[in-house]
Structure formats: structure tokens, C-alpha cells
Write a protein of this length. Structure first.
Ligand code: ZN
Length: 441
């Protein structure tokens, strides 16, 4: 791979702002696990990457699941007895229980309340609720709105359609030197919610766009799918190709100010796990590593025992662990460009490790080669940098006996992967190192 992350030529502040801008553009759209909201969102992404859009018909069996009916919505409201709209879908698409069946009738307060959802602890926030697999209707509102409801009759209207159609997902495949793949997966099913999940969509899109301009060793596959049913459908349709996936990450919740959090793959110590943990260990801030659990995002499906793919999930504050999660407060104020660009940087550093983590053989292993006469000291910059680069050269020379790859060497030496990879590049340039297959120790 030609990527040298220290010389990306990328203005990281601009990357953060661009992700934020994309989130802002996608924010108003009412998405769900099926329907026009997903299509419209994917079309917006097509302005940046050549996404292929796939449609899977209602009723299609995908392992133990069936593709549901397609849901679309135009409008919804609750009117009080004076004809005043007291809850209006046009103000927030979170006001409707996502996947609500159509309804238009007048109901007494008692009956209405059976279909209302609010959060007493956060009376100003609208909750996000869904009912995908059980037909129901409902409204979500602030607890303050809920408490202000008077006895009386209410007109409820949900102008939605739930009928045979399709589940839509987007996919972008970038070929590399090898058919072995790295998978990045993000869900696309949440309506106006930013950290979960527009931040993941924005990061995946910009990462795909960036890598499309690089020459890569691995092939890269980016999938934009509705949560759970989307990854199940994708796995069902791609079962024959899944063995090509050598590393993968589920991208979600990457825009809040919280610390980076990595959830390991089911395998636990796959190369992707080690690569992410290495990046976080050296990222210069507090971070958290969690073991795999069969709950969360689509890693649940990728890591189901019949697949057991090396797919982890790198987030900031994980789902369910911040109060704004799945509420109207997960909005454009919760995600910040600085966090988005920082997360993007972690993903790039991980890609650099996957791309460059190879085995090498020291071609001058009997005593140290004389580095000075090769100009390997003089290429170095300031004093501290020079010392670090010198140590990286010495560690790399010492440990490239073919039994350790560059990530092993970085971990054994306590240096960053980037420092070791840069040393390996220099040593290779001076014919002191050659790539090799893994040797038995
Ligand atoms: Zn969610």
C-alpha cells in the first residue's frame, strides 16, 4: 500500500467538517429498515462513492428470517379536540413509532396513552422507538407534551404504507492486489439520529472515498445496510464469498466526545483485534477495550458461530451508554467535527497496519549493519525524532528473523506500528531487509 499516514496530504480538520456536513445533509430524512428514506440516503452517498444499490424483495427467506414488508410514511399527527396539532411528524420524524401501520381515527385519551412513548427522566427529549416485526402504531413525544394531555378525544393520523416491496442496501467494492477483503459495515436504518447512526455512515463513506484514491494490497468492501435484517440478508446473499473476508469492522457511534471503545471480534485475538488495540494504545488518550458479546450492532451476525468472521466494532461511547442514545438529543449538537476526524484517523491507522503488516528477513543478521555509512542516521530530523527512528531501525533489524510480523515487532518494542513500518521501509530501500513468508520459530 502506498499510504503513509504521516504524509496523508489530508487536512484532518477539513475531513471532520466534511463528515459533519454529510451528517447534516442526511439528518432530516426519515429512514427505517426498508423504504424510500434508505434509498434517498444511499443516493446522497452516491455523490461521493459509486455505491451499488441492491433490493431484496419482501418475503425472501434469509436464513431464519424473512424480508418484511416495505414501510413508507408521508405524514402523521395527533390533534386535540380543538383541532390543534399537538404532535406533528413534520417537526420530528421521531414522533412516529417507526414502522407504524396506517391509522386515522378518533380515540379517547385513555386509549391514546396505550400508544404513547416518552422518557420521564428527560422530559424534553423525544424517544426513538420501533416496531418492525409486530404490527402496531404509536407516537413518541416529550414527557412534557405527554403530561400536558387533557381528558378528551384525539384525532390520530399516521399516513404510512406497509406493503410488499424491498429491503434496500448499498455496497461498494474496491479491488486491491489480492482478493482477500477488509469489510467495513455500517447500519443505515435510523431516522434523524446523529451519533447512532449518521456518524457511522459519514465515516464509512469518507473512508471509502479516501481509499478509492489509493493503491491497496487488500480489496475493500463497504456495506451500508439496515441493522440486523440487513446484515442477515447480506450474509445470506454472499455466503459463498464470505471466506474472502480477512478483517472487518462495524462502524457506529464515532462522532461523540467520549473515549474510543473497541469491542473485540468473537475470535478475540484476530489480527484486526490486535491492530485496533495497538492504535488505541498509542492514541494518546484514555480508551476502553471490551470483550465480544452477542449483543450490539451487526457484528452479532458477522460473528455468529456459522460465520465467526474476524469482525470487531470500533466506536466512541458505545450504544446505550450515553443518555442521549435513541432520543432526539442524539442530534447535530452531540456529534462534533473534532471527534469525527479523530475517529477517522483511528480507522486510517488501522488500515495502515492491515496493509503493511508483513514478515521480513534481516539480510545482514550477523552483527548490526553499519547504518551511518548508508546515510541511515543522516536522514533523520530533530534530536528526539532521530533517537526514536534509530531505535525503530535497531528493533526492526533485531526482530526481523521471519517469525514476527511488523505488528509483533511494534508490540515487542513498545514502539508504534508506524515507526516500525517506516524503519522497515528504509531498511528495505537499503537492501538490508527483504519480505518473506512467515518462518517457523
Ligand atoms: Zn441504534
Amino acid at each position: 500500500m502506498d499510504i503513509d499516514n504521516s504524509q496523508l496530504g489530508l487536512d484532518m480538520n477539513a475531513v471532520g467538517r466534511e463528515m459533519y456536513q454529510l451528517i447534516t445533509e442526511l439528518f432530516p430524512i426519515c429512514r427505517s429498515i426498508t423504504g424510500n428514506g434508505v434509498r434517498e440516503s444511499l443516493r446522497i452517498l452516491q455523490n461521493r462513492i459509486p455505491l451499488e444499490i441492491h433490493e431484496v424483495s419482501t418475503g425472501t427467506k434469509v436464513f431464519d428470517w424473512t424480508i418484511p414488508k416495505e414501510w413508507n410514511i408521508k405524514d402523521a399527527f395527533i390533534k386535540n379536540s380543538h383541532g390543534e396539532k399537538i404532535v406533528d411528524f413534520k417537526n420530528s420524524n421521531l414522533h412516529v413509532l417507526n414502522y407504524s401501520v396506517p391509522i386515522h381515527k378518533t380515540v379517547p385519551l385513555m386509549e391514546l396513552k396505550e400508544h404513547l412513548y416518552s422518557i420521564p427522566d428527560f422530559p424534553e427529549w423525544i424517544p426513538y422507538r420501533t416496531s418492525y416485526y409486530k404490527e402496531n402504531w404509536g407516537f413518541c413525544l416529550t414527557h412534557r407534551q405527554y403530561q400536558s394531555l387533557q381528558e378528551g378525544e384525539y384525532e390520530v393520523c399516521i399516513d404510512s404504507r406497509l406493503e410488499d416491496g424491498y429491503l434496500t442496501y448499498g455496497e461498494y467494492y474496491l479491488g486491491g492486489e489480492t482478493e482477500r477483503e477488509v469489510l467495513f459495515s455500517t447500519h443505515v436504518c435510523h431516522p434523524s439520529l446523529c451519533n447512532d447512526n449518521l456518524s457511522g455512515i459519514a465515516l464509512t463513506t469518507l473512508l471509502a472515498n479516501y481509499l478509492s484514491h489509493q493503491k491497496t494490497h487488500f480489496s475493500y468492501r463497504f456495506v451500508f445496510i439496515p441493522g440486523t435484517i440487513g446484515s442477515i440478508a447480506w450474509l445470506a446473499q454472499n455466503e459463498q464469498r464470505v471466506s474472502r473476508i480477512h478483517h472487518g469492522l462495524v462502524v457506529a457511534c464515532v462522532g461523540d466526545a467520549g473515549k474510543p471503545t473497541y469491542k473485540r471480534s468473537r475470535q478475540g485475538n484476530a489480527e484486526i483485534d490486535r491492530a485496533v488495540m495497538h492504535v488505541l494504545k498509542h492514541c494518546g488518550r484514555d480508551c476502553e477495550i471490551r470483550d465480544f458479546s452477542p449483543y450490539g450492532y451487526d457484528e452479532r451476525q458477522y460473528c455468529s458461530p456459522g460465520f465467526d468472521l474476524p469482525v470487531g466494532s470500533l466506536t466512541r461511547t458505545p450504544h446505550g451508554c450515553y443518555p442521549e442514545y435513541h432520543t432526539s438529543a442524539d442530534n447535530l449538537n452531540l456529534v462534533i467535527p473534532e471527534s469525527l476526524s479523530e475517529s477517522f484517523r483511528y480507522y486510517l491507522d488501522i488500515v495502515e497496519i492491515l496493509e503493511k503488516n508483513k514478515y521480513y528477513l534481516n539480510l545482514n543478521s550477523k552483527c548490526e549493519p553499519q547504518l551511518g555509512k548508508r546515510g541511515l542516521y543522516s536522514t533523520l530530523g530533530g534530536r528526539t525524532d532521530a533517537k526514536i527512528a534509530e531505535m525503530a531501525l535497531l528493533w526492526t533489524l533485531n526482530l526481523t528473523d521471519g517469525t514476527m510480523n511488523l505488528l509483533d515487532i511494534a508490540e515487542r518494542s513498545g514502539m508504534t506500528f508506524h515507526q516500525i513500518a517506516e524503519a522497515a521501509r528504509l531498511l528495505k530501500e537499503h537492501d538490508l531487509l527483504a519480505p518473506c513468508e512467515k518462518q517457523e520459530g
